[in-house]
Design a protein around this ligand. Structure first.
Ligand code: ZN
Length: 292
């Protein structure tokens, strides 16, 4: 079977309230990335944060310093986020990627594109009410085409982020239309913690997505769970030939005793080996995902 690609989702915009090991500064992110690399990760996904408060940052200097530090010490594939959807325009969401891509030392290997629009209001189950009720994560088809073209011109590969089956179909159409090149690294987003934009973080939730990947288009998939523990489906993903994207950015894993990112990676790598699947090195990941 193909080797397992492990992506670490190192911080997102997660707070340190439930797990103090969430890295904020470029130095902290790099230190964590190094540990994860040693444990078997081959891709690191990160968000720029204010080094002190942890508030979201859009500064390309922070994105760049982080990429540079990681590249100095590892051969990890680097995937900074696209700008937060709260930024005013598609151009603003993309600007740091273009900036980083100008210098080979900071050029991202990937940038993620959420392949559709979703309602992202969280439900508070205890109080039986929605915490917000008009939060739309807007990604029009025009915006997605703009992202696909500008990322390609910058020499960066897209990650198709898939919240539902519609996004899988849109991605396949992007390949057909020549907007994406195969293979397209495809990230299934399952959602827990009161977020209903994706399927639940269960084996059935995963299967209902995995079943819809087109046989004729190369879309190697990985799976993550926003707001929930990914381990209940790690075995199923490994068995089906999928890949794993895990980290403290998505969930604090307090039931595992507030681990570090690297401990999550180590557990996943251990499960893969027990199940007879080897873990891909960064250079193997590059060739599997068609990165030059
Ligand atoms: Zn992210």
């Amino acid at each position: 079977m193909n080797k397992l690609i492990i992506e670490v989702r190192i911080n997102e915009y997660a707070s340190r309230k439930h797990n103090a090991n969430v890295p904020f500064s470029p130095a902290e992110i790099c230190e964590e990335a190094l540990r994860c690399w040693r444990a078997g990760a081959s891709i690191v996904h990160y968000h720029a944060r204010d080094p002190h408060s942890g508030a979201p940052s859009a500064l390309s200097e922070i994105y760049g310093e982080t990429a540079r530090r990681i590249r100095d010490q590892t051969d990890l594939l680097v995937m900074p986020t696209l700008g937060a959807w709260t930024l005013p325009s598609p151009e603003a969401r993309m600007s740091h990627i273009i900036e980083l891509a100008r210098d080979p030392a900071t050029r991202p290997d990937f940038a993620p594109i959420d392949m559709g629009t979703s309602n992202v209001d969280a439900y508070d189950a205890r109080n039986r009410r929605f915490i917000s009720d008009e939060t739309v994560y807007l990604n029009t088809t025009r915006t997605l085409q703009f992202f696909a073209r500008t990322i390609r011109e910058a020499g960066v590969r897209p990650v198709a982020v898939l919240w539902n089956v519609s996004a899988i179909r849109t991605t396949a159409a992007f390949v057909e239309a020549g907007l994406f090149e195969e293979p397209v690294y495809s990230e299934i987003v399952l959602t827990e913690g009161g977020l209903f934009a994706g399927n639940p973080g269960t084996v059935r939730g995963l299967a209902a997505m995995a079943d819809f990947f087109p046989a004729s288009i190369r879309m190697p998939w990985t799976v993550m769970c926003a707001g929930g523990n990914l381990f209940p489906i790690v075995g199923a993903a490994i068995e089906r030939g999928g890949h794993i994207a895990i980290g403290l950015g998505d969930y604090p894993y307090t039931e595992l005793g507030t681990p570090r990112n690297a401990e999550l990676v180590e557990r996943v790598a251990g499960m893969a080996r027990v199940m007879g699947r080897e873990v891909a090195t960064p250079s193997e990941t590059r060739s599997m995902l068609g990165i030059g």
